[in-house]
Design a protein around this ligand. Structure first.
Ligand code: FRU
Length: 616
């Protein structure tokens, strides 16, 4: 009886016409308890799956009879529908989809439908205007960043079946200028070996791997019962990839569980390819001639930097020494989770020398250098094949609350791409991360407020009015004898993001405690007792409502140049050309449209205050 009722409900829901002009209909066949087959006659292009994020994961498989068929984990709706996700159906007389783990009384059975269209028009109030996001679904780390033939390829950790983490694919977007991104179909799909975790890509100019001259070779972690490194190649400019038949190309020699995120680069002195892989508390290096056979070289990291913690998503780049372009130093970029400065995940780096075998860090092991002092800067890695430029792209979130942000149609954006360079301060070498110059092309309406001296406050009501919360503000702030001096971005709802120089503590601070929606991220999950020592017990405080800060000792002092980028759900601050970078999410219920300059305890000078509307 249940089956017949369901079939009727489904037939009623099938209103779309398939391309052939015949009505696409779904009937349900019960395979066994908890497993049903949806038989779709004259399949339309998509099966639209209703998702309810509060539900556990059910399993959905497009059944083709191939051993490569793989179940996707989807939070199919039980009580109500948050949104739909499309599953692409093959053309033909019939498509079959297996659904496992959905209760008979779930609203799913009424709401599942077919359609030739899937609307990706933006419905998220917090979808950024000028930051890269997937058109729908979940995104975390940038992957396989590679430049080739005028195109920047941005692959990314992608769940096409929901806006929470799961079903890791490599999503794909391309850009010619690092700011305008064109979404393309996912490039590498989850398979029977496991999730397609993070990794990198290179251009194989000399055909060392044998897949063709100029092939793009991608390396990713296949994450199933264990984590192993795999290779896939593309001979159509990164649009589609073929997984190598000899995968995996690298397994851990000691059975390590956390062994992932391969970054491959060319090391010319040895005329070999190198791979750096995160291995729990260290980074391991391997080398190869053909990118298929990898030999262990050595490891770095145990005991270095913030403790305790786990390493993920490495990169290893060379940057010219400030003032001496003929010398270069190596920078190991290490993404760390959990245990970071403001809780959860963040990006650290080590500066030193590398001779093809050993990386020698030039700082004491306890020295900690952050690439960004916000809370939403993670999994940052750099493009390969960009010549003398080193361009990094962060994922703009934090594992403490990434799955809980107040978004639905999509979750996850990249922070603006940054160009990396070295500078020296007080005997230490640091990395400056400044926004790429290409971002200037987004500037539209310009309002110059000139030089303003402030003691107390000065409200600039018109500076960013009407810009829809997507703008840039530049100013040279000289705090003088003021105790603090800064810029408050606010709206009529009384919400504010406050950026200021706190001269008493010697810090640049961004306070988002009253920035808008902050009541999520109220829990933190500790992985081990050791991690719990850092993250604290479960359910302790709100992880989101906080202020982040950076030491002003990184700057020369006196006057500070601030370049602030505001978008629908983010504030990024670059001080003195990226000596300090600070990236934080914010969720104001209406756009920030008013700027308040303030100085406490004295007069501060705000020089050349200028605002630009930013749009695509
Ligand atoms: C970092 C990370 C990586 C892993 C990926 C999985 O954010 O945990 O180590 O490859 O995300 O999505």
């Amino acid at each position: 009886m249940r089956k017949i009722v369901m079939a009727l409900l489904l037939a009623a829901a099938c209103t779309a016409l398939a391309a052939c002009g015949r009505r696409s209909t779904i009937t349900v066949e019960c395979e066994r308890a908890g497993s049903d087959l949806l038989r779709i006659a004259h399949p339309a292009k998509y099966l639209l799956l209703p998702v309810e994020e509060a539900c556990g994961e059910a399993r959905v498989t497009l059944v083709t009879g191939s051993p490569a068929d793989v179940a996707m984990d989807v939070r199919l709706a039980h009580d109500s529908v948050d949104y739909f996700v499309p599953m692409e159906l093959p053309a033909g007389a019939e498509a079959v989809v297996r659904v496992e783990g959905v209760a008979p009384d779930a609203v799913f059975w009424e709401k599942v439908s077919v359609s030739d269209r899937f609307d990706t028009g933006n419905t998220d109030r917090y979808r950024p205007v000028y930051h890269h996001t997937p058109p729908y679904g979940w995104m975390n780390d940038p992957n396989g960043l590679v430049y080739k033939d005028g195109e920047y390829h941005l692959y990314y950790q992608y769940n096409p079946y929901g806006s929470m983490w799961g079903n890791m694919h490599w999503g794909h977007s391309v850009s010619r200028d690092l700011v305008h991104w064109e979404p393309l179909p996912a490039a590498i799909a989850r398979d029977t070996m496991g999730h397609i975790f993070s990794g990198s890509a290179v251009v194989d100019r000399e055909n060392d791997a044998g897949f063709g001259r100029d092939a793009i070779i991608a390396f990713y972690t296949s994450a199933g019962d264990s984590q192993v490194q795999c290779l896939a190649y593309s001979t159509d400019n990164g649009r589609t990839f073929t997984k190598y038949g000899g995968n995996p190309v690298l397994t851990p020699f000691d059975g390590l569980r956390d062994f992932r995120d391969p970054k491959v680069f060319r090391y010319e002195p040895a005329k070999r390819w190198y791979m750096i892989v995160s291995a729990y508390k260290e980074m391991r290096l391997y080398s190869s001639e053909d990118m298929k056979e990898w030999e262990y070289v050595g490891a770095f990291g145990d005991g270095y930097g913030v403790q305790p913690r786990m390493f993920e998503c490495p990169d290893f780049v060379q940057l010219p020494v400030e003032g001496d372009g003929s010398r270069r130093k190596w920078v190991m970029i290490v993404n760390v989770n959990p245990g970071c400065i403001f809780g959860g995940s963040a990006t650290e780096y080590f500066v030193g020398d590398f001779d093809g075998e050993t990386f020698v860090c030039e700082s004491a092991p306890e020295t900690v250098k952050w690439l960004d002092y916000g809370k939403d800067h993670y999994a940052t890695v750099c493009f390969s094949n960009t010549g003398s430029r080193t361009i990094a792209v962060p994922w703009m979130s934090n594992w403490q609350y990434a799955n809980d942000t107040p978004q639905r149609q999509h979750r996850g954006a990249n922070a603006l791409p940054r160009e990396l360079s070295l500078f020296t301060k007080d005997g230490e070498t640091y990395v400056a991360a400044d926004v790429v110059g290409e971002v200037r092309s987004l500037r539209g309406r310009t309002v110059a407020a000139g030089d303003v001296t402030v003691e107390g406050e000065k409200v600039l009501a018109e500076l960013v009015k009407g810009l829809g919360g997507a703008f840039e503000i530049e100013a040279d702030i000289t705090p003088g004898d003021a105790r603090s001096a800064g810029i408050e971005l606010c709206n009529a709802a009384g919400e504010k993001a406050v950026v200021y120089l706190d001269m008493e503590s010697g810090r640049l601070v961004m306070d988002r405690t009253a920035s808008g929606v902050v009541d999520f991220g109220n829990r933190t999950e500790a992985f081990t007792a050791e991690d719990a020592a850092v993250t604290g017990p479960m359910n302790y405080v709100n992880d989101f409502a906080l202020a982040t800060w950076a030491p002003l000792t990184l700057c020369e002092g006196g006057t500070y140049h601030l370049d602030i980028f505001v978008d629908s759900c983010s504030v990024e601050i670059f001080v003195d050309g990226g000596r300090i970078a600070m990236t934080n999410l914010v969720f104001p219920t209406e756009a920030y449209d008013t700027v308040r300059l303030f100085a406490e305890g004295g007069a501060a000078r705000f020089g050349d205050v200028t605002a630009y509307g930013l749009s695509m």
